[in-house]
Design a protein around this ligand. Structure first.
Ligand code: AVI
Length: 318
């Protein structure tokens, strides 16, 4: 087989998504959900962020994977279905395929174009592996039971994307994954999570010297314009990112550089200089805290690997 299966489960929700974006923009404290970062420009900018010297999470996670790959693969076991949540360009998962020898690879992502390109690239490289792409927004709930059946499944959720949920939603999402896991013995979740550390390093990772993260943040306005027909000028908003120590999270916002009026769905909203639009939270977890979250979500056993600097953590939860 040198092909892949592809299911787009996003389109039926387009009207509801539009309404949700408009409601967020007109709310007392305006906000845009971080999933809207990822149009094709946003995906490319995120790939660039992962190469930046300030953005340590990708490199630290790669170090853990490289140093402990055999042990982690042994904990997971061979022959599972490998379900890549937020697969992006599928490169991270690809490094695991020779070690896990999965029965199938199922990549799930909200960015359909990026996913289709990745699977088209992989198909000739892995001719014997069944490849499936599912375009879906799992921040609205995860239900892959019909796709997965009752076969043992290894879920893969790297890159600390779990940090983009508020902790209660993270617990729900992890519980959803756990519900899928109890369908078949031998299932579990391989997840990468950023740790708490020096606030300057955290802040720099989200406000790099080149301004790539600033461009990534502002690009969400272009994407929102294209989805709901607003007339945001991305250049009229400044990137704001800081570590909120009390909440253990990076906060990203866009701040109006000057007073301006933005057209939103037949009405408009006035922004005064400095008014903020919230775009992302990125929660950081001490290993003990995240282990508790995994237990609360229903996982009975948790294994942990870290890099020497303990900048990042990788868990296998079963
Ligand atoms: C995708 N997610 C885990 C990234 C993070 O670190 O929260 C998104 C990101 N935002 C700014 N830089 C990277």
């Amino acid at each position: 087989m040198s092909d892949y299966r592809f299911f787009d489960r996003l389109r039926p929700d387009a009207a509801a998504e539009r309404r949700a974006i408009i409601a967020g923009l007109l709310a007392d404290s305006p906000a845009i959900a971080p999933k809207h970062f990822y149009d094709s420009v946003g995906c490319a900018l995120f790939e660039a962020i992962c190469e930046l010297p300030e953005y340590y999470p990708t490199r630290s996670e790669r170090t853990i994977f490289d140093e402990h790959r055999a042990e982690i693969a042994d904990a997971i076991g061979a022959g599972r279905q490998f379900v890549d949540l937020g697969a992006g360009d599928c490169r991270k998962a690809e490094t695991w395929l020779p070690h896990l020898e999965p029965s199938r690879y199922i990549a799930v992502d909200i960015a359909g174009d990026t996913l289709a390109r990745a699977l088209a690239r992989m198909a000739p490289e892995f001719p014997a592996l069944e490849l499936t792409g599912i375009v879906a927004d799992f921040t609205r709930g995860l239900d892959l039971r019909a796709d997965l059946g009752v076969w043992p499944t290894a879920f893969f959720y790297p890159g600390s994307s779990i940090g983009n949920f508020v902790p209660d939603d993270a617990r729900h999402f992890l519980s959803d994954i756990h519900l899928h896991c109890i369908a078949a013995e031998g299932s579990g979740l391989l997840i990468g999570v950023d740790t708490k550390k020096d606030r300057q390093r955290l802040a720099a990772a989200y406000d790099d010297a080149l301004g790539v993260t600033a461009a990534f943040n502002r690009n969400v306005l272009r994407h929102v314009n294209s989805i709901v027909g607003t007339d945001f000028d991305p250049a009229a908003f400044a990137h704001v990112a800081f570590y909120n120590e009390q909440q253990s999270r990076i906060e990203m916002h866009l701040a109006a550089r000057s007073a301006q009026r933005v057209r939103i769905d037949g009405t408009s909203r006035d922004f005064a200089t400095g008014d903020l639009i919230h775009t992302e939270h990125s929660y950081k977890y001490a290993p003990a805290e995240f282990t508790t979250l995994l237990h609360e979500a229903g996982f009975a056993s948790v294994r942990l690997w870290q890099d020497h600097a303990r900048d990042f953590a990788v868990y296998w939860a079963a």
